[in-house]
Ligand binder design. Structure first.
Ligand code: 1YM
Length: 635
């Protein structure tokens, strides 16, 4: 029997606070939040392995929607805590600010963002912890958000050591979310790349899928994996070093592609928004290549330097830093950007020195990479001249011709307030043109499917009528020369039918923007319009618009009397005024902001998506496009 003394009540109040405001502890209660629970427990096991105990993490997705995570470390200490409770009970029920936790002698960091096992327990229907150490098997179980169901007790003997945690999330809190094998595989594979000692085994029992990851060559394997579908120019370059207590490990490789793909991690946690280490790396490689090019007469001083973008064309790199906790600083809303100033200088000098040495030792590789960088420089300078000519009017006629018939311009001069709608099909384009706010809304209809830009160069874009129109309409350049500040529009809005073709067009356009105008996505200027799927007319009360099937089900529950439901299959089925009212009018419309947080995934997926399978494409949209409701017409 559990005793409810004062300290137990306080603990339950703490857990209740987590249940009241889960978002404060795990960010959200969608798919991402649900997986956050997994990472919290996994990170405790990984910390144990990093500390030198054990080498394997196993994750099992169980048929009853619970998940089991185990490691073969020392096992959580099973002794009594000063409070009179067992240590495991304390770990799984007491909230620890910032993920730190002190038992009598211990000080533990539960992962960088760790809010701890107790938060996972608070948000679980059931939690079962089995510990193997001191020759015994010990078990403790919780239910309904952290209530002790069965206190710690010995249930057997063993020679093994380790910890196994099974939890069933409280799906009342995580509505519509379920564990994704793919999401877990992707994240755990990343951990295996970063920690060459680690072995990860993942199994989905119901779907009979399993995977094992172990990469002795660490970051080198990571870069080989990123580049597996590309024609690479040389073997992966790998270097590392430690300065001022900061440990830097980097792997990099150039391919024939034109994309830059740099991923960075700090203490094994991804820094999606980069930060000081990435800046240091970029400065380091630019300096090293410029020095080498000058010393070997590949560029003359009158030619000017290679630009950062020149030496990053076709570069894939993974940067991994280990930084002592006292030096850690993160920035940005999602804390995905490293702030630590020392990380910049340390990464820069290690990169510069190592690369300089490598280039001197590997002349052939050096010349291959520099040949590519110099070509980029020439192309970049030619493109700039062409654009300057266009701006001055020299090439203007051509540009006017490209745009004149298609683009319905906005009359307003406040560019930041102006919006460019890229509309699927001429008929919807026509509707949008007739009903729009002429001052702020411009319309560019697109015919059919746009070019797949996965492997396209800037040259290919110039040769493609549809994409050239988009480039000219936005008017802010392309590729390395793109500058979102010069955009003629504050918002670029993709408007397609809500069907498979529509989502294909969305993906093709997002790919184009991702490849050639990435800063536009980073600045949050790219959106997808979401036309409603249904309209309902109840009696003579006028039309009401319904976003999706789920909302329709809700609405149906309290429909009385006679009513008419219409399903819109495409934009073209709406009247022009309806299209404006529901999908374009800032007062009513709902826009999703496109937010690419995971460049590597996006790059991998884009490859996947361009095949003929539809499902992965849909999944990609669901996972990579942030469904930020800008304006909600249902209020
Ligand atoms: C599947 C989840 O939690 N493993 C795990 C956790 C701990 C230890 C070992 C551990 C840590 C230490 C000493 C230490 C934790 N211990 C604590 C605390 N896997 C999982 N494996 N002995 C064992 O850091 O000193 C918190 S987590 F606080 F009890 F030490």
């Amino acid at each position: 029997m559990a005793k409810y003394d004062a300290s137990s009540i306080k603990i339950l109040e703490g857990l209740e606070a987590v249940r009241k405001r889960p978002g404060m502890y795990i960010g959200s209660t969608d798919k991402r939040g649900l997986h956050h629970l997994v990472w919290e427990i996994v990170d405790n096991g990984i910390d144990e392995i990093i500390n030198g105990y054990g080498d394997t993490i196993k994750i099992t997705l169980n048929p009853d929607e619970s998940i089991t995570i185990s490691d073969n470390g020392r096992g959580i200490p099973i002794g009594m805590h000063a409070s009179g409770k067992s240590t495991p009970e304390v770990i799984f029920t007491v909230l620890h600010a910032g993920g730190k936790f002190e038992t009598d002698g211990y000080k533990v960091s539960g992962g960088l963002h760790g809010v701890g096992a107790s938060v996972v327990n608070a948000l679980s229907k059931k939690m079962d912890v089995t510990i193997y150490n001191e020759g015994k098997i010990s078990n403790i179980r919780f239910c309904d958000g952290g209530h002790v169901e069965s206190p710690l007790k010995t249930i057997g003997t063993t020679k093994k050591t380790g910890t196994t945690v099974t939890f069933l999330p409280d799906y009342e809190m995580f509505k519509n979310a379920s564990f994704s094998y793919t999401t877990i595989v992707e994240r755990m594979q990343e951990s295996a790349f970063l920690l060459p000692n680690l072995t990860v085994e993942i199994e989905d029992v119901a779907d009979q899928k399993q995977a094992t990851f172990h990469y002795e060559n660490g970051l080198v394997s990571f870069v080989e994996y990123i580049n597996e579908n590309k024609k690479v120019l040389h073997k992966v370059i790998n270097f590392s070093g430690t300065k001022n207590e900061i440990e830097v490990n980097i792997a990099m490789q150039y391919s024939e592609s034109y994309n830059e793909d740099i991923m960075s991690f700090v203490n094994n946690v991804k820094t999606s928004d980069g930060g000081s280490h990435e800046v240091g790396f970029k400065t380091g490689i630019t300096k090293a290549f410029n020095d080498y090019a000058k010393a070997n007469n590949l560029i003359k001083s009158k030619d000017g330097n290679l630009d950062g973008s020149d030496v990053r064309e076709g570069l894939s790199a993974v940067i991994s830093l280990r930084i002592p906790e006292k030096l850690l600083q993160f920035e940005g809303q999602t804390k995905g950007k490293l702030g630590t100033p020392e990380a910049r200088s340390v990464t820069e000098s290690i990169t510069y020195e190592s690369l300089k040495f490598f280039l001197e030792e590997n002349k052939e590789v050096a010349l291959t990479i520099l040949d590519k960088a110099l070509k980029s420089k020439v192309a970049r300078e030619a493109a700039r001249k062409a654009r300057e000519a266009a701006r001055k009017g020299t090439g203007k006629n051509n540009k006017e011709r490209v745009l004149s018939e298609k683009l319905a311009r906005a009359t307003g001069k406040d560019y930041k307030k102006n919006e460019l709608f890229l509309v699927e099909g001429d008929s919807a384009g026509g509707s949008a043109k007739s009903f729009r706010n002429r001052e702020t809304q411009a319309i560019l209809p697109l015919r059919g499917k746009v070019l797949n830009c996965e492997k396209a160069s800037t040259h290919d874009i110039e040769a493609n009528a549809e994409l050239k129109q988009i480039e000219y309409a936005i008017g802010a350049g392309l590729g390395a020369d793109f500058n979102p500040e010069e955009s003629n529009y504050g918002k670029i809005i993709i408007m397609t039918d809500a069907d498979v073709d529509g989502s294909h067009i969305q993906i093709l356009l997002i790919t184009f923007f991702y490849r050639f105008m990435r800063p536009l996505i980073e600045a949050g200027m790219l959106y997808i319009a979401t036309p409603p799927l249904y309209s309902i007319e109840v009696g003579n009360k006028g039309k009401e618009y319904i976003a999706d099937d789920e909302e329709l089900q809700e609405r149906r529950k309290n429909l009385k009397g006679s009513y008419k439901i219409q399903r819109f299959k495409g934009l073209g089925e709406m009247d022009a005024d309806e299209l404006y009212e529901t999908t374009m009018d800032p007062a009513n419309r709902r826009l999703m902001r496109v937010n690419l947080t995971d460049a590597a995934l996006a790059e991998k997926r884009i490859h996947l998506l361009m095949g003929d399978q539809v499902e992965p494409r849909k999944e990609w949209i669901n996972e990579n496009v942030d469904f930020t409701l800008e304006d909600d017409f249902r209020k």
